[in-house]
Design a protein around this ligand. Structure first.
Ligand code: SF4
Length: 365
C-alpha cells in the first residue's frame, strides 16, 4: 500500500502493532468505531481546557463552565444517568483545576498543538495537549488524563507516546524539551520524567519504521490480543467468525458428539450421587461389600494426605528440619526420596489423614 498521503499518529501505529487487521478496517476500510462515553467526555474536557489555558489572562470560572456546557458531546453514554454522572464529574474537575491554575498563576504556551514531521518515507503527526516554557527556557510537554483511575506511574506505553511527542516538538520548534509530564485531572497529580535521550528516540523511530513497512507491504492479518473482547469488529474478524458446517455428515457427527458429551456429564453426576448413597449406607452399617444381583460393590477405604496449610505447618514444626521449605519443594523432596524415609514416617504419623472412599465393582463368578 502506498503511504504517501497518510498521516500516522501514535494511536494508529499502536493499533497496527496490536492487530494489523483492525488497523485495516479502521484506516483503509474506514469503518466507524462505536462511540464511547468516556471518549466523548475526554474530548469535551480537553476542548474546555484549551479555552481555560490559552491566552494571557485566566477567563472567569463561569465562562469556563459555559464553554464546557456548549462543547458537551452526548455520544456513547450507556444511559442518561451515566451521562449526567460524567457531566457532574467534569464540572468538579474543572472547578478544582481552575483553582489550581489560579493559585499557581499558570498560563500555557501552546494548547492542543498539532505537529507533523517526516520520518524516512512517512509522515508522523501528533496533537500535543500542552507545551510550556520551563524556567531553563526549555520546553515541557504535558499530557492530560481524565481516566477514572489516576496514573500512578509512567509505563512504557505512555512514555513511548510522550517520547514521540518530544521528537515532534523538538523537530518543530528546534528547541530542547526538558521534561515530559502526565497530569491526572481527577486528582491534580503530576508524573514528570526528564527528556528521553537520543538513543531512545532512535529506537522508537526504528520501531515506527518497521510498523510502517508492515503497512506498506499490505500485511493485515488479525492478531488475537487482550482487546479482542471489546473489539467492535469481532463479527468481521476471521478469528471470531463462526463457521456453520456445510458438510451434512460432519454436522450430524458434531451434533452427536455434543449430545454424548452432555449425557456423560449427566451420568457422571448421577453416578456420584448414587455412589455417595452407597458409601453412606456401608459406613452406617459397618459393611464393606454390598451384593446386588451378580455383582459385588466393594467400598474401599483409603487414607489420603492432603498438603493443606495446616499439614505443612505441622511438618515445619516437627523435628524434621523443614523450616523455610515451601509446599511444592516439600512434596518434591518427598517424591524424589531426598527426605529420609524414617523421618517421613515419624512426621506423617503426627498428621491428620482424611478418609477417602472409592467404589470397586466385581462380578460373581
Ligand atoms: S477481534 Fe481481535 S483479532 Fe479480530 S480484528 Fe478485533 S482486535 Fe483484531
Amino acid at each position: 500500500m502506498n503511504v504517501d498521503n497518510y498521516l500516522f499518529s501514535y494511536t494508529s501505529l499502536n493499533t497496527y502493532n496490536t492487530c494489523p487487521y483492525r488497523w485495516k478496517l479502521i484506516y483503509i476500510d474506514k469503518l466507524p468505531l462505536a462511540k464511547k462515553g468516556y471518549l466523548s467526555f475526554g474530548t469535551t474536557v480537553h476542548n474546555t481546557l484549551k479555552y481555560l489555558l490559552m491566552g494571557p489572562l485566566l477567563p472567569t470560572l463561569e465562562s469556563v463552565v459555559n464553554i464546557y456546557r456548549s462543547k458537551w458531546i452526548s455520544d456513547g453514554y450507556r444511559s442518561k444517568n451515566e451521562e449526567t454522572e460524567y457531566f457532574n464529574v467534569g464540572i468538579e474537575i474543572l472547578k478544582e483545576f481552575y483553582a489550581y491554575i489560579e493559585n499557581n498563576k499558570e498560563r500555557a504556551r501552546y494548547v492542543e498543538y498539532p505537529i507533523t514531521a517526516n520520518i524516512s518515507d512517512f509522515t508522523l503527526m501528533g496533537i500535543i495537549d500542552r507545551i510550556d516554557i520551563t524556567e531553563n527556557n526549555k520546553l515541557e510537554i504535558i499530557d492530560y488524563k481524565t481516566s477514572r483511575v489516576p496514573y500512578t506511574h509512567m509505563d512504557a506505553e505512555d512514555a513511548e507516546q510522550l517520547i514521540i511527542y518530544q521528537f515532534l516538538v523538538e523537530n518543530h520548534f528546534q528547541q530542547e524539551v526538558e521534561k515530559l509530564t502526565i497530569f491526572n485531572l481527577r486528582n491534580l497529580d503530576k508524573i514528570t520524567v526528564p527528556r528521553a535521550n537520543e538513543s531512545k528516540i532512535t529506537s522508537i523511530k526504528n520501531k515506527m519504521e518497521i510498523t510502517v513497512s508492515g503497512i506498506k507491504s499490505d500485511y493485515f492479518e488479525p492478531v488475537e490480543n487482550r482487546f479482542c473482547n471489546s473489539c467492535d469488529f469481532q463479527s468481521l474478524c476471521p478469528l471470531y467468525n463462526k463457521e456453520v458446517v456445510k458438510d451434512k455428515e460432519l454436522f450430524v457427527k458434531g451434533l452427536k458428539y455434543v449430545e454424548i458429551e452432555q449425557n456423560i456429564k449427566k451420568l457422571e453426576t448421577e453416578k456420584n450421587t448414587m455412589g455417595n448413597e452407597l458409601i453412606e449406607y456401608a459406613i452406617k452399617n459397618g459393611i464393606r461389600q454390598i451384593h446386588i444381583d451378580n455383582y459385588i460393590i466393594k467400598i474401599m477405604k483409603n487414607k489420603k494426605l492432603y498438603f493443606t496449610p495446616d499439614n505443612i505447618k505441622k511438618l515445619q514444626e516437627s523435628d524434621v528440619k523443614l523450616n523455610g521449605v515451601d509446599e511444592d519443594k516439600l512434596i518434591k523432596k518427598i517424591n524424589d526420596g531426598s527426605l529420609n524415609l524414617f523421618e517421613i514416617k515419624r512426621v506423617l504419623k503426627k498428621l491428620n489423614f482424611k478418609d477417602e472412599y472409592t467404589i470397586n465393582i466385581t462380578k460373581h463368578i
